[in-house]
Design a binder for this molecule. Structure first.
Ligand SMILES: [Zn+2]
Ligand SMILES: [Zn+2]
Length: 406
């Protein structure tokens, strides 16, 4: 078998890997980078099936283009397949608004969705002469890795999370001959989650006691729902705005995929949803506002910052801030770009590491526990740092576009 990364091999983002046997070609993930302007992976060959690990744009954003290339069946878990269309239509909308062109149109989104085929955790699908099984990766509700088995086995992980969170169980090692694994946090560790949660809650408490509002920019998929659960045992007036609101409701249809489902459901009943302009006004007088975008590059969060730009209010970032985003600019300079004007942010700005990725030590543990003969490191910028801590006899660090034996 041979493999080739169309993107996301030696970088974090726009992931796509083609796996070729003598007779068939499979594609694992096909994403884009939602930068301004967006960037895309290389074009895929015609494939026999596409396996999607989870619904983040850097893993799915390019799927509609496949419709221009003869189409392909797309497999993923039911929660992933329910969230992906929301994201794809939104990216078409944003591209139109910002005047950026995408390599596909809205009707390609319509068509690719028609090919979506569910594959639940633990289910094995006979695909051509391979058995393909889906397993949880703990990164998001419904995120999956795939084990491809014939004479030997290959696992493709997508993004992985080792710790248990409020909504998901951490990933477990999986025995395999070849392991293709992400390495986003190679060389970096996360602070322990309980202390992050404690600091987050006490920072919110301080703001609320000072009669302020805590604005919490959070990614729509995964982060917003997790933060809701972190706030479970508080009695704050919590508002949720932007795409996180839609996604939170969609996930309610998948009780089997959500750890603490009843508690999640109860939490969604108590939180307030921003559905109109007047709700947005009311939210300004609440205690906590969870809203997109997580990197301050658009969405309702900018409106909240304009209205609450005062030191008694908090602005609590909860995810990694990519280069060239407003969020990164805020952390580095204390200002953001608001409708073309560089604006100093006077709110109490803090960053909390609620990452959904395994840290360095956890990556090593997962990889060693899977006992692979060969490890392929992808989706990382410091893969060498991870490679030097592994005992596996063969470690491959492929570059985008380069074909390698698997
Ligand atoms: Zn992800
Ligand atoms: Zn990713």
């Amino acid at each position: 078998m041979k493999a080739r990364f169309l993107g996301g091999g030696d970088e974090v983002g726009r992931l796509g890997m083609v796996l070729s046997t003598d007779r068939y070609k499979f594609l694992f993930d096909y994403g884009m980078n939602p930068t301004k302007p967006p960037t895309f992976p290389m074009l895929a060959p015609k494939v026999d099936g596409v396996f999607v690990t989870h619904s983040h744009l850097d893993h799915v954003g390019m799927l509609p283009w496949l419709n221009k290339n003869g189409g392909a069946n797309v497999y993923a878990t039911p929660p992933t397949l329910s969230v992906v269309p929301i994201l794809l239509y939104d990216s078409v909308k944003i591209a139109n608004l910002e005047g950026n062109s995408l390599p596909f149109e809205e009707f390609d989104v319509d068509s690719i969705i028609e090919t979506f085929t569910p594959l639940n955790y633990g289910e094995t699908m006979e695909f051509k002469d391979q058995d393909i099984t889906s397993h949880s990766t703990g990164h998001l509700v419904g995120s999956a890795m795939y084990r491809v088995q014939n004479e030997s086995s290959i696992v493709f992980t997508g993004d992985i999370q080792s710790i248990d969170t409020h909504l998901t169980f951490g990933i477990k090692p999986i025995s395999t001959d070849v392991l293709v694994v992400e390495s986003t946090y190679a060389g970096k560790e996360h602070p322990p989650r309980p202390s992050v949660e404690e600091n987050f809650l006490s920072s919110i408490q301080k703001v609320v006691e000072g009669d302020g509002v805590a604005v919490v920019p959070s990614f729509a998929i995964g982060r917003s729902q997790e933060l809701l659960m972190v706030l479970e045992n508080t009695d704050y007036e919590i508002w949720i705005d932007g795409m996180g609101r839609t996604v939170s409701n969609v996930l309610l249809s998948f009780p089997k995929y959500i750890k603490n489902y009843q508690r999640y459901k109860k939490m969604l009943r108590r939180v307030r949803f921003v559905r109109s302009k007047s709700d947005r006004e009311k939210a300004l007088n609440g205690d906590v506002i969870l809203t997109t975008s997580g990197m301050l590059d658009g969405g309702p969060v900018l409106n909240y910052i304009s209205n609450l730009n005062d030191q008694k209010n908090g602005l609590f970032l909860t995810g990694y801030q990519v280069e060239d985003t407003n969020g990164r600019m805020l952390l580095e300079t204390g200002s953001i770009n608001l409708a073309g004007v560089t604006t100093k942010v006077n709110m109490d700005v803090k960053f909390f590491d609620f990452s959904a990725h395994s840290g360095h030590k956890e990556l090593v543990e997962f990889i060693e526990g899977s006992k692979p003969d060969k490890v392929v490191l992808m989706h990382g910028e410091k893969r060498e740092e991870l490679a030097k801590d592994l005992t596996s006899p063969k470690i491959v660090l492929p570059k985008n576009g380069e074909e390698f034996e698997i």
